[in-house]
Design a protein around this ligand. Structure first.
Ligand SMILES: [Zn+2]
Length: 416
């Protein structure tokens, strides 16, 4: 059997035929397969896509294809130039590659698929290619997927922010969080009014009008834009963001108190207690449990703040917004008397956003609670895995690829 028989089976092009194949021993063993235009077929102009009369022929170019048995595979083809009535002299367009790419679309999709399972660096190593080529492949897949994705039926979105570049800069991420359909919809640089306005411009007026639920944290620029652009939607301050803020407050209390104790020469009781105080009790390890029990015997501000936080967890269990509101008011009154400044600040913030907080109970069942948190974790993991992304573009492409649930074209043959 000849190589071209396989190629004709898995990837046939109407106006081109496969010629003979030969093995070439370079730095790596390679298989080169000649490609020729079918007799009487006209080249198509890369400017407009129409068939046009021939002009001349360029030297043969190599297009990398999916490797076979660890052997690199290249299609060898001499591009024709056409004299197009509307575009002038142009290089022809070929169905197996896009623009000036040195790799075939098939191989690019192959690499992009592997890049979902491995880091880009690992994909490059496994397939003996460059990081740059893997990046370009994933970028191509993301561009195609974003151009072909279906944005209808989005009724619930979650807005989240993530720090990058060691916390010096922020990204705004918008997710679809409908039951049954969850994905990353959009990424923007910064977390300003301008940023979120850009999302709504991209999303469009009609689709924005169909939004029923929007989850976000209490970040003022977001609140402002949401009220303006999706006023009919129920705006929910979600559990994940509130509890994250609460944890920050506890961290602050603990850090300050720990310093004070050390300054007074007390035994550092608060040393290595950070996670004891931030974790939910049911998530503690066997070693941590007795440590927490011991810590709770002290009348420390950190301990009292921790107990306030744990008490607040009951809030999320309510069904009726009315009773949840009663609980919230009681909790805030108690916290205001605690004389722990970061917690008092938290209570003031919660009071100020009371209606949006209670919307959580109005949205119950329509949006899944853990979604934003789950995406937040995945996004952070993607960023951490991606040491190579010094640029915003690299990071953006990786996040869309990993979390966007983007569609792919249908292939006649599945390579991986
Ligand atoms: Zn043309």
């Amino acid at each position: 059997m000849q190589v071209k028989t396989i190629l004709n089976r898995i990837q046939r092009h109407r106006s081109f035929v496969y010629g003979p194949a030969r093995l070439v021993q370079g730095a790596r063993l390679a298989l080169e397969v000649e490609v020729r235009p079918r007799a009487n077929s006209k080249a198509r102009c890369s400017g407009c896509g129409n068939p046009a009369p021939g002009y001349d022929k360029l030297p043969a170019r190599r297009f990398e294809f999916v490797p076979l048995w660890g052997i690199a595979v290249f299609l060898l083809y001499a591009m024709r130039r056409v004299s197009c009535p509307s575009c002038g002299v142009k290089v022809e367009t070929v169905p197996w590659a896009t623009g000036k790419h040195q790799i075939t679309d098939t191989y690019a999709w192959f690499l992009a698929r592997w890049a979902r399972r491995l880091s880009w660096k690992e994909v490059a190593q496994v397939f003996h290619t460059s990081w740059e080529k893997v990046f370009r492949s994933v970028e191509m897949a993301v561009e195609w997927g974003r151009a072909h994705q279906d944005l209808s039926g989005v009724t619930a979105i979650g807005i989240d922010e993530i720090a990058w570049q060691r916390g010096h800069r922020y990204l705004t991420l918008v997710y679809q969080i409908d039951e049954g359909r969850r994905r990353l919809l959009w990424i923007g640089q910064e977390r300003r009014v301008k940023t979120l306005l850009r999302f709504f411009r991209w999303f469009g007026k009609e689709r924005s009008a169909e939004l029923r639920f929007i989850c976000s944290d209490m970040w003022q620029p977001y609140l402002k834009v949401i009220a303006k652009k999706a006023g009919d939607a129920i705006h929910v301050l979600d559990r994940f963001h509130i509890m994250a803020k609460m944890s920050k407050a506890i961290d602050e209390v603990r850090a300050k108190e720990s310093k004070e104790l050390a300054a007074k020469g007390y035994e550092p009781v608060l040393k290595r207690t950070r996670w004891l105080l931030l974790k939910r009790p049911e998530n503690l390890t066997e070693k941590q449990e007795p440590k927490l029990a011991e810590l709770l015997q002290y009348n420390l501000r950190s301990v009292r703040a921790y107990l306030l936080k744990e008490d607040f967890q009951f809030f999320w269990g309510y069904v009726s917004p009315y009773w949840a509101g009663q609980f919230l008011d009681r909790w805030c009154r108690r916290t205001m008397r605690s004389r722990i400044e970061p917690m008092k600040k938290m209570a003031r913030t919660l009071r100020a956003h009371r209606p949006l907080l209670l919307n959580w109970f109005r949205a119950k069942g329509a949006i899944s609670a853990g979604t934003v948190e789950g995406f937040n974790l995945k996004a952070k993991l993607t960023l951490r895995k991606s040491y190579g992304f010094r640029t915003y573009r690299g990071m953006e492409v990786a996040l869309y690829h990993g979390l966007g649930a983007l569609p792919e074209p249908r292939f006649t043959h599945e390579f991986c």
